[in-house]
Ligand binder design. Structure first.
Ligand code: AVJ
Length: 321
């Protein structure tokens, strides 16, 4: 393994191609396209804009908690950890940990976007010249596909899964992810997990239906991406973003709704949409502490510590293997 070169996974381990996922997802009922495809370059930029929205309290609340609690987290973790981040993006929150953790053995960011990984690793190398950074280009939900992780194998591992990204996974997937993470982190391993808390549905609704329409643009970018990459013929005016809180399931549900009957060409195939027909794009599960334990325990973790903000909007949790 060449240092600094992202470990490229095969197509098989990064999941379906976009085209295969779209064709399969639109052929099945209910129609659904996996949320990970929302994050092309445009989608990632729109998500960054979401994080700045007044209604989207998640990012700024988690950053405040991490900034306040990083010394406590570092004390729990102890020195010499290998830090492994699942879905590292631009590693903004990681810096808060890196600034407090002692003698980090290596930082292993795992992300599906190779470009993002390279750019982020370059910036981190400039700011943390003494830190060993070992990027891995992979889908973090495909952890069993990672036969080994580069870096210092002897060091105790600390996983980092911020941003309530776990909310995108349904409970089966979340449990599978945590089980795999537990195996990867090994005995003595620990996981710092950021998760959005259950709260007033009105506040949740606003966070996914912002008044500036950025979340709608983020959703509909999936159609624009199909037009760009698959030569699809979506008329973006013919579809609308739909997001609502489902209290029974404890999740925000996000769909793209067809506003009229229409037919769309995608990769040589034709798809018909009824008026009102929806394509599911995302779940965003909300976790109270009992929900979290119900997931942690069967995965082989114990939640030993939880930090929240004064409004109890968001939680940062310390799981011990
Ligand atoms: C990145 C999955 C945490 O669920 O809040 C935000 C994604 N989608 N607005 C979330 C998202 C629409 C976000 N996560």
């Amino acid at each position: 393994m060449v240092p600094g070169l992202p470990l490229k996974n095969t197509q098989a381990s990064t999941g379906d191609t976009f085209e295969a996922a779209v064709l399969a997802g639109l052929s099945r009922r209910p129609r659904a396209i996996p949320a990970k495809f929302l994050y092309d370059a445009q989608g990632s930029a729109l998500f960054d804009a979401i994080c700045e929205l007044p209604e989207y309290y998640l990012t700024r609340t988690e950053i405040t908690i991490l900034r306040d609690r990083a010394p406590e987290i570092a004390a729990l973790a102890g020195p010499g950890r290998q830090l492994i981040e699942f879905g590292s993006g631009s590693s903004v929150k990681t810096r808060l940990l890196l600034d407090s953790l002692e003698a980090v053995a290596a930082y292993v960011p795992i992300d599906i976007s190779g470009e993002h990984l390279e750019a982020t690793s370059r910036r981190l190398r400039a700011d943390y010249p003494a830190l060993a950074i070992v990027p891995v280009c992979a889908d973090y939900t495909d952890l069993p596909m990672l036969p080994w992780l580069p870096g210092s194998s002897g060091a105790a591992k600390l996983g980092f899964f911020p941003g309530s990204t776990i909310g995108n996974l349904d409970p089966d997937e979340a449990l599978a992810f945590l089980r795999n993470a537990r195996r990867l982190l090994g005995p003595g391993g620990a996981l710092v997990l950021g998760a959005d808390l259950k709260k007033d549905p009105g506040m949740l609704h606003a966070a996914y239906n912002d008044s500036a329409g950025v979340t709608a643009a983020f959703s509909l970018n999936l159609l624009a991406r199909m037009n760009r990459e698959l030569g699809a013929s979506f008329d973006l005016e013919g579809f609308a973003h739909e997001a609502f809180y489902n209290p029974a399931a404890g999740r925000i549900e996000i769909y793209i709704r067809s506003l009229r009957p229409q037919s769309v060409r995608i990769a040589g195939q034709r798809f018909f949409f009824d008026a009102g027909e929806r394509v599911h794009t995302e779940y965003s599960y909300k976790y109270d502490l009992a929900d979290m334990d119900a997931l942690a325990v069967p995965a082989g973790f114990v939640r030993t510590q939880t930090w929240t903000d004064p409004g109890r909007l968001f939680s940062v949790n310390y799981f011990v293997a």
